[in-house]
Design a protein around this ligand. Structure first.
Ligand code: SF4
Ligand code: SF4
Length: 279
């Protein structure tokens, strides 16, 4: 994990990071005198400008680049991490990269007190859009953010539920009622059976939903042959919000995202089937 000193060293030569430098100094002031509130800094770390599926959503996140799990997961060609969009995004936007580096250092080393957590003026909020859980402190912080903002539907996406389980034990904390935890499956085109799903929800009862990405025909076959209730990711969170709502017992717990081309194929097939049915 990068230290604040290393971050300062690395950004020395970068241009356009004056704002970040200001916030690093602010954080250092807090570290020397914790009567200083972290609220303005946390407000700065919230990402407001998201794109693609996350357009118009807001998040607090760490950096995949500094996450040892992300870096290990990336090398497996059968895992979604091998195609991680967050790495590409951070490569393209250095100011976001450095901002998330500061976010990672802060959220994984400092337990936020009530007075450090801002009121987040949204209804739906995402935790981890460019990285994942690194350690237990981060979990405690996210729980505290949710607890302080009871009005929020706050969704944490993670491939590392073992860190949540460990944090709950180590810090004796429990999942806040307004938090939704989505387990993001690492394996691409994964077809879970009942045994897998029951085992997952039993081992990690705090998980609300599981999210799986498909890039080939397997998804369609999965739906047809297993006849399992799934929710198709709508690829636009701000209008969909399925991951930001608690599930009713009858709701699907498995969310599948199809790559666009595959999604079009399935739509075409369904259209054909509907036509046949109405003949
Ligand atoms: S865990 Fe998420 S952020 Fe990390 S490498 Fe995998 S897809 Fe990317
Ligand atoms: S299912 Fe809906 S809320 Fe969840 S990731 Fe997809 S578009 Fe976003």
């Amino acid at each position: 994990m990068m230290t604040l000193k290393e971050l300062k060293e690395q950004i020395k030569t970068e241009e356009n990071v004056n704002t970040l430098k200001k916030w690093i100094t602010y954080y250092e002031t807090f570290l020397n005198d914790n009567s200083v509130s972290l609220v303005p800094l946390i407000n700065y770390l919230i990402t407001h400008k998201m794109s693609g599926k996350m357009e118009d959503m807001h998040s607090l996140s760490t950096s995949c680049m500094l996450n040892s799990f992300c870096n290990a997961y990336r090398s497996n060609p059968d895992w979604i991490c091998n195609k991680c969009y967050a790495f590409d995004t951070l490569e393209r936007y250095p100011s976001l990269k450095w901002k998330l580096a500061l976010s990672t250092i802060l959220l994984t080393t400092t337990i936020l007190r009530d007075q450090d957590i801002p009121f987040i003026n949204y209804f739906d909020f995402r935790l981890e859009a460019f990285g994942d859980l690194n350690n237990e402190i981060q979990v405690v912080n996210y729980f505290n953010v949710a607890r302080k903002n009871k009005h929020l539907n706050i969704t944490l996406y993670t491939k590392n539920p073992f860190i949540i389980a460990s944090a709950m034990e180590k810090y004796n904390v429990s999942k806040p009622d307004n938090m939704i935890i989505v387990y993001s499956e690492k394996i691409l085109n994964f077809i879970p059976d009942d045994e897998y799903l029951n085992g997952l929800f039993e081992k990690y009862p705090f998980i609300d939903k599981i999210f799986i990405v498909y890039t080939d025909e397997n998804a369609r076959q999965y739906l047809i042959t297993r006849n399992r209730k799934c929710f198709y990711c709508k690829l636009h969170c701000n209008t969909c919000k399925f991951c930001y709502r608690k599930s009713a017992p009858e709701d699907p717990k498995v969310i599948i995202e199809l790559e666009k081309s595959e999604m079009n194929k399935v739509k075409k097939e369904l259209k054909k089937q509907n036509k046949k049915g109405s003949l």
